[in-house]
Design a protein around this ligand. Structure first.
Ligand SMILES: *Cc1c(COP(=O)(O)O)cnc(C)c1O
Length: 231
């Protein structure tokens, strides 16, 4: 078995263990393999091991890999920050967008989604740790933004996403994920039809699953360490 297939097996075992601890069915947690900075060949190897959802953060890099992997049935997730002048190719080529944090971006994605495609599935990114440098909308502004985004025709709001500040302690990791889970509950109580919590990465996936994650975004634990800092 190759290194990626074997790492995927380990990740699936971690997901299974966390689901057992959380008393949740494993089918509730979907694994998004974050392949940014890794070549198309690595994605092909993960695909051969059964992986279908892949996350990318850099548009040009993602489009090049999509072209190389056009023979595979892959669901592509854009998980990076979005500049307004890049929304069109994102709306045209991706199935999911995780990091919508303002209405203008959501409106552009909705307008630019090709009519022949199903609505683009999106998450609103929330800044759960309150760090000023972080992307994402403040928790007290999420419900208003979510209500506006949910009304746009070309996209379908599915839920919320967060990248919390790194924390070594599991109770602190859980507290940040709980902020996102509570917001999803609040939005649903207001009548929004949402089902997605995109949270948890290689170092904190167990805590995220315990707090209700439905999509965990895993890069390092599958593909290894990224060479470029921050990528
Ligand atoms: C890179 C990235 C990940 C994957 O992080 P790992 O720690 O490598 O698992 C997850 N989510 C986002 C938004 C990322 O940019």
């Amino acid at each position: 078995m190759g290194a990626i297939a074997s790492a995927m097996q380990d990740v699936r075992a971690r997901i299974a263990g966390a689901c057992r601890d959380a008393g949740r069915p494993q089918a509730e947690v979907s694994l998004l393999a974050v392949s940014k900075t890794f070549p198309a060949a690595a994605i092909r190897e993960a695909w051969a091991a059964g992986q279908r959802h892949f996350g990318e953060s850099y548009l040009q890099e993602a489009l090049a890999k999509m072209a190389e992997l056009a023979d595979l049935d892959i669901e592509w997730h854009f998980i990076g920050p979005i500049q307004a002048n890049k929304t069109r190719p994102i709306a045209e080529h991706f199935h999911w967008v995780h990091a919508v944090d303002r209405l203008r971006i959501a409106e552009r994605l909705s307008d630019q989604r090709p009519p022949g495609l199903p609505p683009l599935r999106v998450c609103v990114q929330v800044n759960v740790s309150g760090e000023p440098s972080k992307h994402g909308v403040a928790p007290d502004e999420v419900l208003e933004l979510a209500a506006a985004v949910a009304g746009l025709p070309g996209i379908r709001l599915r839920g919320f996403m967060a990248i919390p500040a790194p924390e070594a302690r599991v109770d602190r990791q859980r507290a940040q994920f709980r902020v996102l889970a509570d917001l999803l509950r609040a939005a649903r109580a207001r009548g929004l039809d949402l089902d997605t919590l995109s949270m948890g990465m290689s170092d904190d996936m167990e805590a995220a699953i315990l707090e209700g994650a439905t999509i965990i975004r895993i890069g390092t634990a599958i593909f290894g360490r990224r060479r470029t800092w921050g990528r």
